[in-house]
Design a protein around this ligand. Structure first.
Ligand SMILES: Cc1cc2nc3c(=O)[nH]c(=O)nc-3n(C[C@H](O)[C@H](O)[C@H](O)COP(=O)(O)OP(=O)(O)OC[C@H]3O[C@@H](n4cnc5c(N)ncnc54)[C@H](O)[C@@H]3O)c2cc1C
Length: 503
């Protein structure tokens, strides 16, 4: 079966630049201009993930004319729902954490409280060759019962939890960099080093590492401690996360319903207009002075050659794609965009004709096999799942292997033998297979990334050069590798744009 890809086609850089220099092309593009509706001006948002749609919604609420351009045929980016035949799955996020204040504000403004479905005390079976133990997804006193923890680490865990809880008011779970203010070392240490020092090596390998590998697809030595240190203080003592009624895509769809969103509209380039161009409001050519007086405008060129202009552009694509879109970036933009990396994720979804009991298993690192998260989801026709489904997420190492061996469209090949050994008669009962490869799952907050990001936000929010820089960036890579973080970054991007409209 065909793999589902979330990547978008490469932008056409040279065409955009040519259009910018070509008055005839500007003339043709004239009718596609987002003209300012009132005194607040206009904005184009590139990317309709939760970050872009939040930014668009907040600017629209403030009276700006906003157009959202999305490369895919559906909105939501990594917060959406997909279906291939009878197999339903997510494009990304599956759970909403309770702590996201920007997201919670959005839910309140959209009157969407009813869509939040609480899931309490989520656990998984952590499986290794020597046995299995239950692992808590939200840290609680039950975490103390994790088998194999030496007494010294159990005591350390208690004092660590109390210390973390006390930091709650000092760190913001939507902003990984908020943990730097509390302790600059949080950005320099790896998560593995931090947990080993703060609790001990056994807690790292039997509690923290399986959760990071199976839910985030990260090994703890590849990340700084920022994610952990900004979120865990807000998780201790909580037992509830949420899923969304009607699917994870419902919030983005609700937002898109209130906005001017164009899907199947891949952007090829974003360029600041440096020369005089026809003024789209009155048809007269604006002088260079006039352009400067009202601040630079931006030209956004779609891959079909259509050019749109606006006073402001919010670039809400995945960070590693933004570098190829923005022409003539300033040094601060270029260096930040070049530093953004993502991990990749491979998942195989199987439709199964036999009932299977619900199961959620995480593999301990070093356990044989390529499956990191194994889940059996019984059929639930009322929820749109006609078949029993099996969710198999590859380990970070197996995802690397799939890339090296060119198997990203055929991940099933890597997992079949393992599944035959797990489930008797597997081949007989499999009725559908969907390979899902996500080349950009989560931004990698590697050691040092936080300080760079902090400097980038200072630069982005510095009002001194506002007229020179109509492009504002948002997305999870600027905030926190969570949908709530992405949402918070969209709100903050909108605030920057709105402050510029007042200058
Ligand atoms: C498998 C997976 C599981 C996850 N699980 C969770 C979870 O349980 N809980 C949680 O809180 N978070 C989770 N996350 C993270 C969360 O999904 C993301 O942090 C969040 O959705 C990112 O939103 P965003 O708006 O920053 O980016 P995106 O959703 O990636 O939006 C970017 C948009 O830009 C569009 N785009 C790109 N290039 C162009 C272009 N040239 N022109 C026009 N449009 C373009 C893309 O198509 C996309 O729609 C998960 C992510 C993944 C992938």
């Amino acid at each position: 079966m065909k793999a589902i890809e979330t990547s978008v086609s490469d932008p056409d850089a040279s065409r955009a630049s040519a259009l910018l220099r070509n008055p005839a092309a500007w003339q043709r593009a004239r009718n596609d201009t987002t003209a300012p509706s009132g005194g607040k001006g206009s904005a184009i948002v590139v990317g309709s993930g939760i970050a872009g749609l939040t930014a668009a919604y907040r600017m629209h609420q403030a009276g700006m004319q906003v157009t959202v351009l999305e490369a895919n045929g559906v909105v939501g980016g990594r917060m959406g729902d997909r279906r291939v035949g009878d197999i339903a799955f997510n494009s990304g996020a599956r759970l909403v954490y309770p702590f996201g204040s920007a997201f919670n504000r959005l839910i309140a403004d959209l009157s969407l409280h009813d869509v939040l479905i609480p899931l309490r005390h989520l656990t998984a079976q952590c499986v290794s060759p020597s046995g299995s133990h239950t692992i808590e997804l939200m840290p609680s006193v039950r975490s103390l019962a994790t088998p194999g923890l030496p007494m010294r680490e159990r005591f350390a865990l208690v004092s660590h939890a109390l210390r973390m809880r006390a930091q709650r008011s000092r760190v913001d779970p939507d902003w990984a960099i908020s943990a730097i203010a509390d302790d600059p070392a949080a950005d320099r240490q790896t998560l593995a080093e931090y947990v080993r020092d703060a609790i001990g090596p056994q807690a790292l390998s039997s509690m923290i590492e399986p959760v990071f590998r199976s839910t985030r697809s990260f090994n703890p030595e590849t990340l700084s401690a920022l994610f952990y240190r900004s979120t865990v203080p807000h998780l201790i003592g909580e037992d509830t996360v949420y899923t969304l009624k009607g699917g994870m895509g419902c919030v983005c769809q609700a937002l898109a319903g209130r906005l001017d969103v164009r899907t199947n509209a891949p952007v090829a380039s974003i360029e600041t207009m440096r020369d005089a161009v026809p003024d789209r409001r009155d048809g007269a050519a604006a002088s260079t002075e006039n352009v400067a007086a009202r601040g630079r405008r931006c030209a956004v060129t779609l891959s079909d050659g259509t050019v749109l202009t606006a006073d402001h552009v919010v670039c809400a694509t995945e960070g590693s794609l933004a570098g190829a879109l923005v022409r003539n970036p300033q040094r601060e933009e270029r260096e930040m965009l070049q530093a953004v990396r993502y991990n990749a994720l491979g998942v195989v979804h199987y439709g199964f004709s036999q009932p299977l009991p619900p199961t959620m298993q995480f593999a301990l690192r070093g356990a044989p096999g390529r499956i990191s998260t194994f889940q059996q989801l019984p059929a639930a026709p009322a929820n749109g799942r006609p078949l029993t489904q099996i969710y198999c997420q590859l380990t970070p190492e197996a995802a690397g292997e799939a890339e090296r061996r060119g198997l990203t469209d055929n991940l099933d090949v890597l997992l079949r033998d393992e599944l035959r050994a797990r489930i008797p008669g597997f081949d007989r009962h499999v009725s559908a297979v969907v390979n899902q490869w996500i080349p950009r799952k989560l931004p990698v907050f590697a050691p040092g990334y936080g300080e760079r990001l902090q400097a980038f936000w200072r630069w982005q929010e510095n009002a001194a050069h506002n007229a020179e820089r109509p492009v504002v960036y948002c997305g999870d890579w600027t905030s926190q590798a969570l949908l709530t973080g992405a949402c918070a970054s969209g709100e903050r991007a909108a605030r920057i744009v709105l402050s510029r409209t007042q200058n």
